[in-house]
Design a protein around this ligand. Structure first.
Ligand code: FAD
Length: 314
């Protein structure tokens, strides 16, 4: 017998969708992932303090927030499978979902909440200072006390990098924008914004060669000039990588329409995609906000839309 609903992903979007669908008595089955697209629990598992998720005035550690959501999902009856989905077939109905153990499940409705993965620089020293000054999200981490009134850096040259740099100027004494080329990819409006900003200095033709510090906290960056090859040091206590995100859509094998950047397309204002009965929530469809609360919000929307779609079909 087909499942009423299968949810793919255990970040804030997938777990919120599972809490709502479980409470609507749809007995959701949730694939929480294993390796693909990060670890079960999603992106908040690799961060420390989350200060902007409502309900936690003192802040909460990312892994603890996700453990709470998982517990709440299970308490309401979500069945959780710790496996990656490797394949889906959306051209048949009920939809087919194949997982790592090669088992094929079928579902009357699907919620895809497989998130996105922030691209990171492939340096050993980056791993060492990850969460100790190195982050991939200025909106999330920029306001932490350790970064206040200090010099910070953003890596990247697109709109996101500029947004992050401008955002950081509220807290930092100065922000360096490190870009590997001699011109920005960002839109003209954004370029103007950054170039005219008194607190932002652009370091052209530079890449990070090494993250340096005392082992506990980032203290600076070793930069390499992409034209001359010369090395220099920059003293910063925070560095935000804004070099893009990869939506986790490999298992879909092109069955759903995506944007140029690979995000799944949804009907504006809803979580519906090009196939009725398939609903998309969280960062896998959101290149704009990419926050835990917006992911959770769209997980709720997907659950309500799926529930209504199923009851109309019935
Ligand atoms: C370093 C960092 C710090 C952050 N800090 C904050 C913060 O302080 N506040 C804030 O609001 N936001 C923060 N964010 C952003 C926030 O984490 C994301 O917006 C949010 O997690 C997105 O939720 P999601 O459910 O859409 O996806 P994700 O959290 O990306 O979860 C995706 C889930 O899908 C699963 N998955 C992927 N592929 C498969 C598959 N094939 N089969 C089964 N499962 C699969 C993964 O295992 C994972 O469980 C931060 C992000 C990063 C990277």
């Amino acid at each position: 017998m087909a499942e009423r609903i299968i949810i793919i992903g255990s970040g804030p979007a997938g777990l919120t969708a599972s809490i709502y669908t479980a409470r609507a008595n749809l007995k959701p089955l949730l694939f929480e992932g294993f390796i693909e697209g990060g670890i079960p629990g999603g992106q908040l598992m690799i961060t420390s303090e989350v200060e902007n998720f409502p309900g936690f005035p003192e802040g909460i550690m990312g892994p603890q927030l996700m453990a709470n959501m998982r517990e709440q999902a299970e308490k309401h009856g979500t069945r959780i499978v710790t496996e990656d989905v490797t394949n889906v077939n959306l051209s048949v109905y009920p939809f087919e979902v194949v997982s790592m153990s090669n088992e094929t499940m079928t579902a009357e409705a699907l919620i895809i909440a497989s998130g996105a993965t922030a691209k990171r620089l492939p340096l050993e020293s980056e791993k060492k200072y990850w969460g100790r000054g190195v982050s991939a999200c200025a909106v999330c981490d920029g306001a932490l006390p350790v970064f206040r009134n200090r010099e910070l850096a953003v890596i990247g040259g697109g709109d996101t990098a500029i947004e992050e740099a401008v955002h950081l100027t509220q807290f930092a004494s100065k922000v360096y924008l490190i870009h590997r080329r001699d011109e920005l990819r960002a839109s003209k409006v954004m370029q103007k914004r950054v170039m005219e900003h008194s607190k932002i200095e652009i370091l052209w033709n530079k890449v990070v060669d090494e993250f340096i510090g005392d082992g506990k906290q980032l203290g600076g960056l070793k930069l390499k000039d992409t034209v001359t090859g010369s090395l220099s040091e920059l003293s910063v206590v925070g560095c935000f990588e804004a070099i893009g995100h990869l939506p986790n859509t490999g298992f879909l094998k092109g069955q759903l329409e995506t944007t140029e950047l690979g995000y799944i397309k949804t009907v504006p204002g809803s979580t519906q995609c090009s196939i009725p009965g398939v609903f998309i929530a969280g960062d896998v469809q959101d290149s704009k906000y990419r926050q835990a609360i917006t992911a959770a919000g769209s997980g709720c929307m997907a659950a309500i839309e799926a529930e209504r779609w199923l009851s109309e079909k019935d």
